[in-house]
Design a protein around this ligand. Structure first.
Ligand code: ADP
Length: 520
C-alpha cells in the first residue's frame, strides 16, 4: 500500500510527449489522482522546466522530433539539479523501445501503450516512494556524516587539551576506579610512568591517604554527580605529599561509564599561603597585645577619667582589638594544629560535665540574645582533651546562638550510638556508610536559626569560609571556628558535619569513637 504522503497532491509530475492526445490522456488521468501535472511537447522545453522547478518524477516519451527521449534523459542526468529525478519512459504503440538503452541513459522504468491506468499509477507511486526513501536516506546520511565530523572535531579538541593541559588529567573506569589514560602533566606530578599507571587501580598505586575517598567518589559518581574542586592529598611515587583540588566528571567512553579527573596542584600555593598567614599573625600579635594593654589602662581610669563619649569610643576600640586578637590567635592555633605542633592532652573526661560547662560558658551570650539553651547531658567518660573539646562545643554553641533569632531554642545533647546507619562527615557526601567505626559518642548541637545553604554545608569547615561575607562584621566571627573544631575532632579520630534546612535551622554532629580513643 503506497504511503499516503507519497501520493499527496503535492507530488509534481512533468510529462514530456510530442503527441497532444497522449499528453491530454496522461494529464487528465494523473490530475484526477491528485497529482500536480505539468505537460510539455518538446524535449528542450521539458529540460528548461525541469531545471527551473525540478519535479518529483518525469514521464518521458521515447520518440520525439529534434531531441528524442534518450537524449533528454541524458541531459537530465548530467545536470546536478535534475540528476536525481526518476524518469519513466513512455513508448507509443508500434515504437521500438530499446529497454537496455532506456536504463543505460538513467531511466528507472518504462510504460508501453496502450496505457493501463492501474499499471501506470502503480509504477509512478512505486518510483515516487523509492525517490522519497532515497531522499530520507540521503538526509540521514548527511546528518550522520555531520555528526561524525562534529565528533571527530570534538575528539581532536579533547585529545589536544588532554595532552597539552598543564593540569594533571586522568580517565578511570567507574566500576573498578582503574586508570585508562593519563596525560603528561599527571605523569609529571605523580612521578609514575604510563605503564605503572594505565590498567592499574587507584588502590594498587596507593596515591596516599585520600586514595579510598577518591575511589569511593569515582564508584559512586553515577549517583552523586560531578565533584568540583575538592581538596585531596595525593602521594607521588617518591612519597612526596601534594595538595590538589580535584574535579571529577562522569563521562561515557564507548558505552563504559568513566570518571574524568582534572587536578590542580596547589601545594606551593598552600605552603606560601600558610607561611604568609603565620608570619603576618606573629607580626600582628605583639603590637595588638600592647594596644590592648594600653586600652585596658585607659579603661581602668589610671590615666584620668574619660568622658561618656570617650568611654564609648574606647569600648569600640577594645571590641575591635579583641576581635583582631581572637582572629590572630585562631589563625596561629589552626596553623599549629595543622602542622602538628599542638598535642592533644588527653585524659578521662566526663561528657556530662563538658556539656554543662560549655552551656554555662555560653549562657550569658544566650541570655543577651534571648535564646533558650537546653542541655541533655550524658554521664559517660571518654578519653579526650577536655580543653579542646570544650573549645569545640562552645564554638558550636556560640554559632548556634548567634545565628538564631530572639525566642529560638538551642539544644545540645549527647547519646551513644552504633556506627552503622549514621553517615560520617567524610562519606556524608558520598554514598557509602562507615561501618569501620566502633561504638561512639554522638554530640548534636541543634538550632532553629537561619540555616545554611546546601552548597555551603561542606565549605564552612574550611578556614575563612562564611555563608555571608558580612558574617564576620555583623556577628563578630573570624570564619576560623569550624576549621578549628574540625581539626580538634579529627585529632580525636572523630568526625564533624552539619545538616541544615534554610530558614528552619541547623544541626551540627560530632562523633567521637569510644573504644579506640584510649589507645590513641
Ligand atoms: P565564624 O567565626 O564566622 O562563626 P565559623 O567557622 O565558626 O566562623 O563558621 C563559619 C560560617 O558558617 C559562619 O560565618 C556562618 O556563616 C556559618 N555557620 C556556622 N554555624 C552556623 C549555624 N549554626 N547557623 C547558620 N550558619 C552557621
Amino acid at each position: 500500500m503506497p504511503n499516503q504522503s507519497l501520493t499527496s497532491p503535492k507530488a509534481d509530475i512533468l510529462v514530456i510527449d510530442d503527441t497532444p492526445e497522449n499528453l491530454n490522456l496522461l494529464s487528465a488521468m494523473l490530475t484526477e489522482q491528485g497529482y500536480k501535472v505539468r505537460s510539455v511537447t518538446k524535449g528542450s522545453t521539458g529540460l528548461r522546466g525541469a531545471n527551473a522547478v525540478p519535479p518529483d518524477l518525469i514521464l518521458l516519451d521515447v520518440n520525439m522530433p529534434q531531441m528524442n527521449g534518450y537524449e533528454v534523459c541524458q541531459q537530465l542526468k548530467i545536470n546536478d539539479r535534475t540528476r536525481e529525478i526518476p524518469v519513466i519512459f513512455i513508448s507509443a504503440l508500434g515504437d521500438v523501445l530499446d529497454k537496455v538503452k532506456a536504463f543505460a541513459v538513467g531511466g528507472v522504468d518504462y510504460i508501453t501503450k496502450p496505457f493501463q491506468l492501474e499499471e501506470v499509477l502503480a509504477r509512478i507511486e512505486n518510483h515516487l516512494m523509492i525517490r522519497q526513501l532515497q531522499k530520507q536516506l540521503q538526509a540521514q546520511n548527511e546528518r550522520l556524516q555531520q555528526e561524525i565530523r562534529d565528533r571527530t572535531k570534538a575528539e581532536e579538541k579533547f585529545a589536544k587539551v588532554f595532552r597539552s593541559s598543564p593540569n594533571p588529567i586522568a580517565i578511570a573506569t567507574v566500576a573498578e576506579a582503574c586508570f585508562i589514560d593519563v596525560n603528561p602533566s599527571f605523569l609529571k606530578m605523580s612521578g609514575y610512568s604510563p605503564e605503572e599507571v594505565i590498567e592499574h587501580t587507584f588502590a594498587e598505586l596507593d596515591l596516599g591517604k585520600d586514595t579510598v575517598a577518591i575511589t569511593q567518589i569515582i564508584q559512586c559518581l553515577p549517583d552523586i554527580g560531578s565533584i568540583y574542586n575538592q581538596e585531596f592529598e595525593f602521594s607521588t611515587k617518591s612519597g612526596e605529599v601534594k595538595t590538589t583540588l580535584i574535579s571529577i566528571e562522569l563521562i561515557d567512553l564507548a558505552g563504559v561509564p568513566c570518571a574524568l579527573l582534572i587536578a590542580n596542584d596547589i601545594t606551593e600555593r598552600k605552603r606560601l599561603e600558610n607561611e604568609f598567614i603565620s608570619l603576618v599573625s606573629h607580626e600582628l600579635r605583639t603590637p595588638l597585645t600592647s594596644t590592648m594593654g594600653a586600652l585596658d589602662l585607659l579603661g581602668a581610669g589610671q590615666l584620668g577619667t574619660l568622658t561618656a563619649q570617650g568611654q564609648k569610643i574606647l569600648s569600640i576600640a577594645t571590641n575591635n582589638t579583641e576581635r583582631l586578637i581572637r582572629l590572630v590567635n585562631d589563625i596561629l592555633d589552626l596553623e599549629r594544629m595543622k602542622s602538628g605542633k599542638i598535642f592533644m592532652r588527653k585524659a578521662k573526661c566526663n561528657v556530662a560535665e563538658l556539656l554543662i560547662t560549655a552551656t554555662e560558658a555560653m549562657q550569658a551570650m544566650a541570655d543577651k540574645l534571648q535564646v533558650k539553651l537546653i542541655v541533655n547531658p550524658l554521664a559517660i567518660e571518654i578519653w579526650a582533651d577536655p580543653d579542646r573539646l570544650l573549645q569545640t562545643l562552645t564554638n558550636l554553641l556560640s554559632n548556634a546562638i548567634k545565628f538564631s533569632e530572639a525566642g529560638d531554642t538551642v539544644w545540645i545533647s549527647a547519646t551513644l550510638s552504633e556506627s552503622q546507619g549514621v553517615e560520617s562527615e567524610e562519606n556524608h557526601h558520598f554514598c557509602t556508610k562507615d561501618s569501620s567505626l566502633p561504638n561512639y559518642l554522638l554530640i548534636t548541637i541543634q538550632d532553629q536559626g537561619r540555616g545554611i545553604p546546601e552548597d555551603k554545608l561542606q565549605i564552612i569547615f574550611e578556614r575563612f569560609q562564611q555563608v555571608d561575607a558580612s558574617d564576620s562584621r555583623n556577628k563578630g566571627g573570624t570564619g576560623l571556628g569550624l576549621a578549628i573544631c574540625r581539626n580538634i575532632v579529627q585529632q580525636h579520630h572523630g568526625k564533624i558535619w552539619v545538616e541544615s534546612v534554610l530558614g528552619e535551622g541547623s544541626t551540627f554532629y560530632v562523633i567521637l569513637p569510644l573504644i579506640s580513643s584510649k589507645s590513641t
